[in-house]
Design a protein around this ligand. Structure first.
Ligand code: HEC
Length: 154
């Protein structure tokens, strides 16, 4: 990926993170959540806690889910993105380890809804549940990061 493309990607990630922070005045007060908000937990699911309006992510469930072979390509998340999401099988595939969980969840929701489309990634998110998105986002966010900004780049 070119430096310009990398910069754009980081800039987008930062903008999304800032926007999501700005749009969620309270993480604790679930009474401010709209009842018809997509991804709102109900029944036995944990109370919503992330700024993406998803149920709380569970690390162990996310780790297990990251290794499940998808029907679309027969590959799991880590088959393509590598161990900890940090060793992609192709250098153009993004690293996920240590990324903001909100960003990861937002990206997966966008693939699922079709707002973001990619021939390889869209099928991975098709039919995925809010809980699975929250779990996967929590897991990859918890991994060591190899992401960096452009400080020191000449
Ligand atoms: C067949 C290979 C493949 C598999 C399997 C796969 N991915 Fe991806 N993933 C990609 C590619 C390629 C991209 C970049 C797509 C793009 O440019 O939009 C990507 C992008 C992403 C992104 C966006 C990252 C960013 O920085 O914007 C996330 C999040 C993600 N994948 C999570 C997952 C998760 C979670 C799974 C398992 C459910 C998974 N991927 C399975 C290939 C794969």
């Amino acid at each position: 990926m070119s430096k310009a493309a990398q910069f754009t990607r980081h800039a987008i990630a930062l903008s999304v993170a800032v926007l999501m922070a700005a749009c969620s005045p309270s993480h604790e007060d679930s009474s401010t959540q709209s009842p018809d908000q997509p991804g709102q937990a109900s029944g036995d699911l944990p109370a919503p806690s992330s700024s993406a309006g998803l149920p709380a992510g569970r690390l162990a469930a996310g780790e297990a889910r990251a290794q499940v072979k998808g029907k679309a390509t027969g590959q799991s998340c880590i088959d393509c993105h590598g161990a900890d999401g940090n060793a992609p099988i192709d250098p153009t595939y993004p690293k996920l380890g240590g990324q903001y969980s909100d960003y990861l969840a937002h990206a997966l929701q966008a693939y699922r809804s079709g707002d973001r489309q990619h021939a390889l990634m869209t099928p991975q998110a098709t039919g995925i549940s809010d809980q699975e998105i929250a779990d996967l986002a929590a897991y990859f966010a918890s991994r060591p990061t190899q992401l960096r900004d452009l400080h020191g780049v000449k």
